[in-house]
Ligand binder design. Structure first.
Ligand code: ADP
Length: 135
């Protein structure tokens, strides 16, 4: 059904990640691609100056490694890590890379009382492409 699917992944939402990747695989056309995107929340500039040197690079490496671990066993999912506001970065990536569907979990595990978490709600509200929400 789709050629270029984006699956935003919040590390620590492991049970939801597996479900979202399964849905992406089902919706993907033959020859299409799936990208897994994790966004590191940007540290405000007034705090950045207090961080030890190299801390941001270390965080990037740690997140990249954790994402690759979460994706272990899933064939041909491309891992991408960026820094910024999660909702905005997901939208930005989708627009820049002509993503035709975003598969996103509805909220963090254990928060079933909420219909949509904050990032999921942002993506559903603002994205111009199709969005599949995994409950
Ligand atoms: P909650 O507000 O309950 O934490 P969220 O809307 O933040 O719920 O999380 C729902 C889904 O949004 C996650 O499972 C993931 O797909 C996506 N998401 C949230 N934060 C990030 C992030 N930093 N990077 C990538 N995806 C994210």
């Amino acid at each position: 059904m789709y050629k270029n699917i984006l699956v935003p992944i919040a590390l620590g939402h492991t049970s939801k990640t597996a479900a979202a990747l399964d849905v992406a695989k089902t919706l993907l056309d033959e020859g299409g691609k799936v990208t897994a995107l994790s966004v590191i929340e940007a540290v405000p500039s007034y705090i950045r100056s207090y961080l030890p040197e190299g801390q941001e690079e270390k965080s990037y490496r740690d997140v990249r490694e954790a994402l690759e671990k979460e994706l272990a066993g899933t064939e041909s999912v491309i891992p991408v890590v960026v820094t910024g506001h999660p909702g905005r970065e997901i939208l930005d990536y989708a627009q820049k890379h002509q993503v035709d569907c975003i598969v996103i979990a509805s909220h963090r595990p254990g928060m079933q009382d909420y219909f949509l978490g904050s990032t999921a709600a942002w993506v559903v509200r603002h994205t111009p492409c199709a969005v599949h929400v995994v409950r």
